[in-house]
Each structure stands twice: as structure tokens, then as C-alpha cells.
Design a protein around this ligand. Structure first.
Ligand code: 5RP
Length: 229
């Protein structure tokens, strides 16, 4: 009898990163997200770099990786629309709503996602949840509003803390800070996103319901599952 050992999370990320290539449209510019799963996609994309025009990137980190592999990176203002945006998620629910921003790139991710006609989420199965909110919700804030925004979350029964890097507040690619919010129950992702987004000082809330996934390529022990929303 042969036994197969389960794939590691890293191997699942590689699988979905490679599977996402089927959504890349030859001759076009592809939207590229941020994170360890997307890094696998970028590495796979290098194999077809001569078939695409280039990429629009959602972070400095992804831009550097794309360029290092010889893929041209366009500014988001240079494109009117994209066929597809490919990115990971911290959580994805049964209808394609997501929490994103674990890599602090949520604002640019939402901008590039908004340019795209479809959002292909690539994730290992640990990211699939019944309801959003177990993962601390990232919220990008203008530093002078940090405490005000944190108090508003506390009024909802949650706890917000400033994300730190090397003992100091992490500074995003946009020069802002991140609040990580624990203890939320997000039962209405669309309404919650709309509501928090208009609090003064909030740059972007990490709920992606207005820009939810169209497709999720989910890495499982049985292989890549395609979930459509
Ligand atoms: C970055 C993100 C990422 O997509 C999210 O954090 C998932 O990352 P990973 O693929 O490393 O698990 O939103 O801001």
C-alpha cells in the first residue's frame, strides 16, 4: 500500500500560484497582488513573461519581485482596466467576501482590484471560513486618526492595536499606519465595509466585499478546487 504525505501549506500555495496562470490573458497587462501566495504566482508568471505585456502591482514588494524576474510593471494610472487581478487573502467566505491586508498592502490591492473585471483569489484551504472576523481585520489609517478610529472599534466591542515593525508603528507603502482589529463579528461584509470606509481617518478597511473574489482557486489535500461566486 502506498501512502501519500499531505502537502505542506507552502506546497499548496505553489499549486494555486501555478493554477492561476490559466487566468492570465496573453498580450495583456495582469493585476498582481501581494503576499507569500502571490509570490508563487509571480514566480510562475516569469515562465510566460514573453506572452504578456506586463503587470500592475499592488505593492513595492511585488513590484520589486516582478521587475527582478524581467516583468514590466505599469503604473495603475497607465491602464483603464484589467481583465484579471490575482491575489491572496487572509480569509475568504462562502460567497467570495474576503479579509485582506495581512501584508499591509490592502489599499493598493483594493485599487488594482477595482481596475479589474475579475478577481481571482488564490489561497490554501486554511483561509476558507464560514464568516469573516477570526483573522484580525487590518485597517489602514492616517496616523493622526489612529486613536479616534481605535475608539470607534472599541465601541463595537472590538480591540484595535497598531501594527508594529521593529518596535515602531509599521509604515505602509502609502506612508500610513495599520490597525489590527480583533473581536469583530462581520455579519454584513458589504454594509460593514461601506460604513467603516467613511469614518474620518480610515484610508481603507481590509474587508473586500465591494471588490470580492469572482473565483477562488483553493489549495486542498485533494488538489486545487475552483470556487466560483
Ligand atoms: C497582503 C494580503 C495578502 O493577500 C494576504 O495577507 C495573504 O497573504 P499570504 O498569501 O502570504 O498568506 O492581503 O496585504
Amino acid at each position: 500500500m502506498t501512502t501519500t504525505s499531505p502537502l505542506t501549506q507552502d506546497e499548496l500555495k505553489t499549486l494555486v500560484g501555478q493554477a492561476a496562470l490559466q487566468y492570465v490573458v496573453p498580450g495583456e497587462i495582469v493585476g498582481v497582488g501581494t503576499g507569500s501566495t502571490v509570490n508563487k504566482f509571480i514566480d510562475a508568471l516569469a515562465g510566460m513573461k514573453d506572452q504578456i505585456k506586463g503587470a500592475v502591482s499592488s505593492s513595492v514588494a511585488s513590484t520589486e519581485r516582478l521587475k527582478a524576474l524581467g516583468i514590466e510593471v505599469f503604473d495603475a494610472n497607465q491602464v483603464e482596466s484589467l481583465s484579471v487581478y490575482i491575489d491572496g487573502a487572509d480569509e475568504i467566505d462562502g460567497t467570495g467576501n474576503m479579509i485582506k491586508g495581512g501584508g499591509a498592502a490592502l489599499t493598493r490591492e483594493k485599487i488594482v482590484a477595482a481596475l479589474a473585471r475579475s478577481f481571482v483569489c488564490i489561497a490554501d484551504e486554511s483561509k476558507l471560513v464560514q464568516a469573516l472576523g477570526q483573522f484580525p481585520l487590518p485597517v489602514e489609517v492616517i496616523p493622526m486618526a489612529t486613536h479616534h478610529v481605535a475608539r470607534r472599534f472599541e465601541a463595537l466591542g472590538a480591540k484595535a492595536s497598531v501594527r508594529l515593525k521593529d518596535g515602531a508603528p509599521l509604515v505602509t507603502d502609502n506612508g500610513q499606519h495599520i490597525l489590527d482589529v480583533r473581536g469583530l463579528s462581520i455579519t454584513d461584509p458589504l454594509g460593514f465595509e461601506s460604513d467603516v470606509n467613511q469614518w474620518p481617518g480610515v484610508v481603507t478597511v481590509g474587508v473586500f466585499a465591494h471588490q470580492k473574489a469572482s473565483v477562488c482557486l483553493l489549495g486542498t489535500a485533494q488538489g486545487v478546487k475552483t470556487l466560483r461566486y
